[in-house]
Design a protein around this ligand. Structure first.
Ligand SMILES: Cc1ncc(COP(=O)(O)O)c(C=O)c1O
Length: 382
């Protein structure tokens, strides 16, 4: 059998490896505390579930790729409240099936290698989907390291003009997975200026924009001229709705027009009842505030423990992640392996890229009670 050479060249998706290791440990009878994958285990708010149930009676055929007008309007209203920006729900927004597929597919929509724009620039450590999507689209890929000494921001000034000339897309993600770092508004302005100068798109993955602790993070939507910005967001983390699959892309009318043309071939619109639930979710902030407060409590438990044990934290200003330095003399994998030995699952930083070596990522997804139990256990392990 023949398979795509791009597929054949890929290593196992990192979280599949973590799941396998976790299952082996559980089979030995060890109680598992899973801080591995960023999949919130808190129940979705009843207000959202009720909206879904109420929509089940509606007759639904194939959902249209452009999504329900009410959903696009609810997203535009949210973006205005949250970021103070005005989006045209008709021409600048399209709903997506979560944001993963939209991120994966995006290079296929806009890459035009024949014009010399054949490069996708992406950060590392990072969510693996930017790279995989770019490779399947036939792009050349170049990574830019995210380092502690640079606040886990890419060093934009270190990228030379020849590289910019070939760049079709640059991926950024703030608040960042996996480091938890945030980007100042000035970073997005600098990116917007570079994108105009060198004619590329800034793809801003803002999946974690609502999981913050001190002040609400900036968005690429807020730049003075957002012509080259393509923003991906989702209800998965904001509203603990990973299982529902509902997000959006906000971009210039030209980009949204291309997505409207592309997406019906893929068939990735959320079910209509999910879109109705999404309308309820984007309209409500109270459940998001409760979510944030819950993450803040879990975070405080672990931060206390790390401080007592002398474990250094890097980044970690926002998101559901804590980016923790492995103790001296231990690699990311060795530290993760040692924790797994006692049932505590974390993601080795090296799984997200070479610059992740030396760190592990804790996703604050176990319940608050489980986090308290895990803290007591880690008290002995660390
Ligand atoms: C950085 C980042 N972007 C996007 C996603 C995609 O989430 P979803 O497809 O559930 O919207 C994730 C999921 O973990 C993520 O970590």
């Amino acid at each position: 059998m023949h398979v795509s050479p791009v597929l054949a060249a890929q290593t196992t998706y990192p979280f599949v490896r973590i799941e396998e290791a976790k299952r082996r440990k559980a089979a030995e009878g060890v109680r598992i505390f899973d801080f591995g994958m960023g999949d919130p285990r808190e129940p979705t708010d009843p207000l959202i579930k009720r909206a879904l149930v109420a929509a089940l009676d509606e007759a639904t055929g194939y959902p249209a790729a452009v999504g329900l007008p009410e959903l696009r309007q609810a997203i535009a209203a949210w973006a205005e409240r949250r970021f103070g920006v005005q989006l045209d729900p008709e021409r600048e927004l399209i709903p997506t099936y979560g944001s993963k597929e939209a991120i994966f597919l995006f290079a296929q929509v806009v890459l035009d290698s024949a014009s010399g724009k054949d490069l996708v620039l992406l950060p590392e450590p990072a969510y693996p989907v930017y790279e995989r999507g770019a490779l399947f689209a036939g792009a050349d890929v170049q990574t830019v390291p995210l380092l502690a000494e640079h606040g886990f921001l890419p060093d934009l000034e270190a990228i030379d003009d020849d590289t910019w000339a070939r760049t079709a897309l640059l991926w950024v993600c703030y608040p960042n997975n996996p480091t938890g770092a945030v980007a100042p508004a000035a970073f997005f302005e600098r990116l917007a200026a570079l994108a105009r100068e060198h004619d590329f798109l800034v793809c801003s993955d803002e999946a974690y924009s609502e999981l913050w602790f001190d002040e609400p993070p900036a968005s690429a939507l807020q730049v003075v001229d957002r012509t080259n910005a393509v923003v991906f967001n989702t209800l998965s983390k904001r509203s603990s709705m990973t299982g529902y699959r509902c997000g959006f892309v906000a971009a210039s009318p030209a980009v949204v027009e291309s997505l409207r043309k592309f997406r019906p071939s893929v068939g990735t619109a959320p079910q209509v009842f999910v879109q109705r639930a999404a309308v309820a979710a984007w309209r409500d902030e109270e459940h998001v505030e409760r979510n944030r407060a819950l993450y803040a409590r879990k975070r405080a438990l672990l931060l206390d423990l790390f401080a007592r044990k002398g474990l250094a934290l890097a980044g970690s200003a926002a998101t559901m992640y804590l980016w923790v330095e492995a103790p001296d003399g231990e690699s990311s994998e060795q530290f993760a392996e040692r924790l797994l030995g006692r049932g505590v699952v974390v993601a080795p930083g090296s799984y997200f890229g070479p610059s992740g070596e030396g760190y592990v990522r804790f996703a604050l997804v176990p319940t608050e009670a489980e986090c308290a139990e895990a803290t007591a256990l880690l008290e002995e392990v660390l």
